[in-house]
Write a new protein. Sequence first.
Length: 520
Amino acid sequence: MKIFSTIANLYIKFCSEILKYHKQFVFIMLKKICVALIAFLMLLPVGGIGIFKANSIGEKEREAKVNEIEKSIVKLPEIKWSDWEYSQIGLHIHTDYNGIEKDTPILQSIFEGIDVDNNPSTGQNGNDIKVFVMVFPYAEKVNGNWVFLISFIVNVIRLGEEIKNGEFEISLGGSVFFNVQHKFRIGYYSPNNEEIPREVRESITIVPYIFYEKDPEFYIYVEPIFDEGNQNLSVILEYSNLGSHKLMIDYYPAVKTMVKVSPNVGINKFNIAIERFASIEQTIRMRYEGNMAINLTMEDIPQAMNFSLNFSENYFEYEASDEFNTTLMIEVFGLDYFMLIKYLPRHLKAQFEEEGYLYIYVNQRKTKFIISNDLENPTTYFSITNLTGEAIIQWGIGKEGYFKIDGLKGMKMETKLQIGSIYLKTYSIVNAEHLDINWNLSIPGNVFVDTNMEWLSFYSFNFSIDDAFGILIEANSLKAEDFMTEWETEFPFFNKSGEIQFIGNITFAIMLNGTWYYIF
């Protein structure tokens, strides 16, 4: 990306010079140069683009659920995209200030500015902003192969104080033809009562991989300059060639930041890299829609991080090169649960089904992993914390089933599951490296418990089916070696084998045909 950053820096300096100097001769010469540059851009084959609301990602009930999930980490302001449907030829600037929408030609945006509030007494000579734009396709050699790229540079300058705290959205939209038509829309959104930046420098590079079987990559750089501290801001990006990609990144607050997003829609995988060029703590929310739709919220991100997410209907995997003292919340539209990870580990993998597993690898006990189908009244909830090292948790839920843990000595785990007539609730502090409970709640049947004679400092296991068959185990401390209780008849006599020890109170009961039988 060297050529991209070099041209971007030169162009930003060039645009700044336009505002600094007002001598007639210098202005005329710069104006001629700009006209020549823009005239060249206008000769590129371009076309109109239709834009839709980002809020159309889901139905109203889905949006309500998203809002609830977002509140679990940090209360973030509501963000919206405007409707923008036009079919004009060429590149255009679209503005929406407090509901006043305008489409303005590029030349007017640069040389005259834009009156976004329809008030001739605000800004400079009635114009409230000036916009400088550069769009250029080019080729670059990457890993020995030539790759086509498109870079967009948008520099937006607020000219007055009057519009400073209004709700404001600005976008550059159009299309560029290179082998196929590349439609785009880029810009930013400033919420109501947040300061509209005095200046925003936004650079976006798209690598469409039009000659390769690979999904596009997006590089999003934003550098806002505020009069008063740091404010919230959102970056808007829409792009389509053979497929459609829509991305909005909300910065809380907005500081100089580079984000790289590499979706692989064929395998439902997301690769993300973030670099923050400021010491201020920051939360970022990313919303992507293409062949898949996903919301990510990252709280207190480090100055640099990269990670990948892979998911399907009942599968999830997170992988990173390092651990990060960051909270990540994930919602994938179409799935019935969301995930919250506090203190991000290096590797976490889970399969969620009636027979499933959770694999996790961490080096710090600070990590907490939560899966839930609802924030306030969850019927499915799974939480583990106090982790270190590597472990696998496996389960099979049914009249004949199992619950196993290997590794993660000292782990705290809580589970709540209600699917139809099946109910499971567990809580444990697992000081043992191995825990195995398996059962057959038929007649005849059995229940087996094994911890390799290592202590569970606290354990609660409550499982039932149809309120007719179940297991209840509660103990302050418990350890076992191949302990099994078996029965043969409907009115059972229980045979015990193996060894089990406990300290303090213990409840060990089995329900058969609606009747509880207490073993201890």
